[in-house]
Design a binder for this molecule. Structure first.
Ligand SMILES: C[S@@+](CC[C@H](N)C(=O)[O-])C[C@H]1O[C@@H](n2cnc3c(N)ncnc32)[C@H](O)[C@@H]1O
Length: 428
């Protein structure tokens, strides 16, 4: 426990200094190769949990400090320990004792007494401290104020459920490969493996308790993939048929690439501008025993990689704020800035404009983001249609969507799926 608290504190400290959570955790794994899987799991749980609840934890800590604490590692140690005291089942005295030991090794060691005092004061006045921290919306919903404001104005009825969904553990969802199995047959295999799960539709299965893919029957034979239910809509929306040519313009790590190849016998080009991520597409396709032409290139600069042959279908699953998948990356709540959203929208418009000439007559382009910010979604799609009179917005076939519905292409995060946006255009 001592080591997990120490390393979780360091991880959160790195994130608060601007590093992304995945990179911060990878750095911990690299410098501590002897960690056991249980310890890694605990470090991950504490770091993710603290960042999900950071607004609340900061609100509590502020009440317990006489003056702002500038020593970053000590502050993060307090935040993760408060998180554990509030949300974990570990005995409080163990959490406090170990936090004090970590503090003794942190910086000049002066923080021992402070950590002891703060954590014991929290235990004495917990309920009132939490209540007072939740008076502010940042404390109650653990999102930055600018984010809460945008959600309120964009979704006057759903903003609270969106913010609450962002702070939950994400669901683990599988996509079965219809070339190998069916939902019913695979549920039976899961049942035999003692993995409780339920069907979401005729290709998606939700696992009750997330598990390692090592335990999923025939995972390495390509029978199933891990993919959010909302993400599974993309390939279905593309209206695929055998023989069509498809460009997956922002393909890595290849979740949707694999799905496209499972649905029809298409000629697929998978493009990404990140070589290491493109390698992940290759690995994914190998597991699924599928093939595609992989290209390293910039979707916004087709002249550098395009062979001049138009595509019948283009999937533009563009880089975005990822605000629809916040619960999988809770660091983005604290690393994103309001002004980033407009920058993403600009980059997305550039990519869409560059890709549109590559769509064949009567072909289709599906614009996709995992954002819930309208500037990147509805506003982007409308502006694109305005700029391109030959782009006709097509209604999304509801059978492709979770529960058969969206708000004009917008899926908001729920217990069953992440937040996504889809806009489909056909070339007249
Ligand atoms: C949202 S992710 C795509 C997820 C992927 N479609 C899937 O389902 O697994 C966006 C991808 O776009 C890539 N990307 C970012 N800028 C790009 C650009 N200018 N051209 C091509 N790919 C780009 C990123 O490397 C990233 O892999």
């Amino acid at each position: 426990m001592f080591l997990t608290q120490k390393l979780a504190g360091q991880t959160v400290s790195q994130v608060l200094a601007g590093k992304n959570l995945t990179e911060a955790l990878n750095a911990v794994w690299r410098s501590n190769p002897a960690l056991e899987s249980g310890q890694r799991g605990a470090i991950q749980d504490i770091s993710y949990g603290t960042l999900r609840q950071l607004g609340l934890m900061e609100g509590i800590l502020k009440q317990l400090l006489r003056s702002p604490l500038h020593e970053a590692e000590l502050k993060s140690l307090l935040l993760i320990s408060l998180y554990q005291l509030q949300f974990s089942r570990t005995a409080p005295h163990t959490i406090v004792d170990h936090a004090v030991k970590v503090a003794a090794q942190t910086g000049s060691g002066f923080g021992k007494g402070l950590v002891n005092g703060v954590l014991r004061s929290f235990l004495r006045g917990k309920d009132e401290l939490v209540r007072r921290a939740q008076v502010s919306e940042v404390g109650q919903y653990s999102h930055p104020a600018w984010w809460i404001k945008t959600m309120k104005s964009a979704y006057p009825e759903q903003w609270m459920s969106i913010l609450e969904a962002n702070n939950q553990h994400p669901p683990m969802t599988l996509r079965i490969n219809p070339q190998h199995t069916t939902v019913d047959a695979y549920l039976a295999l899961l049942n035999e493996a003692d993995i409780a799960a339920k069907a979401l539709d005729d290709t998606a299965i939700c696992i009750n308790r997330p598990t390692s893919v090592d335990f999923l029957p025939h995972f390495f034979d390509g029978w199933v993939s891990v993919q959010d239910w909302g993400a599974q809509a993309a390939a279905k929306l593309l209206d695929l048929k055998d023989g069509v040519s498809v460009l997956d313009a922002c393909a890595a790590p290849g979740g949707k690439t694999g799905h496209i190849l499972e649905l029809a016998n298409v000629r697929l080009t998978a493009l990404d501008n990140d070589a290491s991520r493109l390698k992940r597409v290759e690995d994914n396709l190998k597991r699924l025993n599928k093939s595609a032409t992989l290209l390293l290139g910039d979707a916004a600069e087709p002249s550098t990689w395009w062979d001049g042959q138009q595509y019948d279908r283009i999937l533009a699953d563009v880089p975005c704020s990822a605000t629809g998948v916040t619960r999988r990356h809770p660091d983005i709540k604290w690393l994103r800035r309001n002004e980033d959203i407009a920058k993403f929208a600009k980059q997305q418009a550039k990519m869409l404009d560059a890709l549109w000439p590559l769509v064949a007559p009567n072909g289709k382009l599906l614009y996709a983001t995992c954002s819930v910010f309208p500037i990147e979604n509805a506003a982007s799609a409308e502006a694109f249609a305005q700029r391109h009179p030959d782009a006709k917005r097509v209604d999304l076939p509801c059978q492709a969507l979770p529960h058969g519905q969206s708000i004009d292409g917008q899926l908001l995060p729920t217990a069953e799926h992440d937040g996504f946006y889809y806009a489909l255009f056909s070339k007249t």
